[in-house]
Ligand binder design. Structure first.
Ligand SMILES: Cc1cc2nc3c(=O)[nH]c(=O)nc-3n(C[C@H](O)[C@H](O)[C@H](O)COP(=O)(O)O)c2cc1C
Length: 384
């Protein structure tokens, strides 16, 4: 069964929800693990008042029995505490940088409320819930996915731990989910400075996946390419404006000899000398760590509103102001982790098939066993 995700929900409606189809039967889903990720999405230095109102908890009214998936569609529901949609005023002055203006024209309405309630990133809580389930499945298959903050405005971390466990440990004690403590104070300073002046900041998030088997994705079709799918999944997160796979951006200005990762004999599968490709070649995983980055623009709801036009009068007027975050990059790193986990899960299940987790694991083991036999082991002289 193909993994498919649909989401629903307005920012101030009753709830946001996800229907996740294609998760095999027999996966243990600990709701506390899902809630932990929902709480992380709500946190991070720079969030606004809304996130202090919400305290997200997932409910799963369909697809689970005794804490395990049935293999039927999962319904993941997160109720909004601030469910004031029916009482909120109309919005007639579109905010530059938001979905307001294009959405008003598209939907034929002078009230941007009809647009911004869905365009707001509140629905990404349901994406995080679905991603949490995907991450549980991946863990059962030996795959770990971690998202973190690389930079906020002009302040960038760089000394990130190599090992996944150490990376997570450093990330989880950071107010920015940035596993480089040396930049924390500077991040606090730029975000607090932006907040004081009514401004907003963007930044960069990275997602790494370890233990991903080679051959997920496809070189045969455009839509099968995993790099294309990861880019689409990350660009599907509001405010993301660019995606980089491995050293993709700097590779464009370097010669090929300084970009491509040499292939070396290994015990079983060949090894690589480096991982500038970010674990993906030919639209497929190559067995190395998957590394992707997403670039987030500064949020568009500004306290000092930019010029706009009032849809009722046609006159110039400052854009509407909405309760807003100063910087949502840490939250976006949690959403990006979910988006990547879902995409890798979809590609994994395409490779393995399987209606139950037992069948998925059996098929995965059989595939890896066969892959290890593609290259003969090195001769004793080559080993030296
Ligand atoms: C986790 C997260 C939180 C966000 N919070 C806000 C916010 O508080 N204020 C705001 O103006 N935009 C916020 N955004 C961004 C808007 O949703 C986004 O800019 C808008 O939907 C327009 O889409 P675009 O930026 O992709 O063009 C947030 C995005 C994410 C991923």
């Amino acid at each position: 069964m193909t993994l498919r995700l649909a989401t629903a929900g307005e920012s101030h409606g009753e709830a946001v929800a996800a229907v996740l189809e294609g998760i095999p039967a027999g996966l243990a889903v600990d709701l506390a693990t899902v809630d932990l990720l929902l709480a992380r999405r709500q946190g991070g230095h720079g969030r606004g008042a809304r996130m202090r109102i919400e305290s997200d908890r997932v409910e799963v009214p369909a697809g689970l029995r005794a804490g395990r998936t049935l293999g039927s569609p999962l319904l993941l529901l997160v109720r909004n505490r601030d469910a004031t949609l029916e009482r909120l005023p109309p919005v007639h002055r579109p905010r530059p940088g938001h979905a307001d203006l294009a959405g008003m024209l598209k939907m034929g309405t002078r009230d941007a409320r009809d647009v911004l309630e869905r365009a707001s990133a509140r629905w990404t809580a349901s994406l995080v819930a679905a991603g949490a389930v995907a991450s549980l499945l991946l863990r059962e298959c030996g795959i770990e996915v971690s998202g973190f903050t690389v930079s906020v405005g002009p302040v960038a971390g760089s000394a990130f731990p190599e090992a996944m466990a150490a990376l997570r440990k450093a990330r989880d004690v950071s107010a920015f989910y940035c596993p480089d403590p040396s930049v924390e104070a500077a991040m606090v300073a730029v975000v607090d400075g932006a907040k004081a002046s009514g401004d907003t900041l963007g930044g960069v998030v990275e997602v790494r996946a370890d233990g991903v088997p080679p051959g997920l994705g496809d070189f045969r079709t455009r839509e099968g390419r995993l790099d294309a799918r990861l880019a689409a999944a990350l660009m599907g997160i509001p405010a993301m404006k660019a995606v980089e796979i491995g050293d993709g951006i700097s590779a464009a200005v370097r010669p090929g000899s300084g970009v491509h990762d040499a292939i070396l004999p290994g015990d079983g599968l060949p090894r690589r000398s480096s991982n500038r490709a970010g674990g993906i070649e030919g639209g497929m995983t190559n067995g190395e760590r998957v590394v992707v980055r997403a670039f987030m623009k500064p949020l568009s709801s500004l306290r000092e509103a930019l010029p706009s036009v009032d849809a009722l009068t046609g006159e110039a007027a400052p854009a509407a102001t909405q309760r807003s975050d100063t910087c949502a990059v840490p939250a976006a790193s949690v959403v990006a982790e979910a988006a990547v986990a879902l995409e890798i899960t979809a590609a994994l299940l395409e490779k393995t098939g399987g209606d139950s987790m037992d069948e998925v694991r059996r098929n995965l083991d059989a595939y890896l066993e066969a892959a290890r036999r593609v290259f003969p082991g090195p001769t004793p002289s080559a080993r030296r």
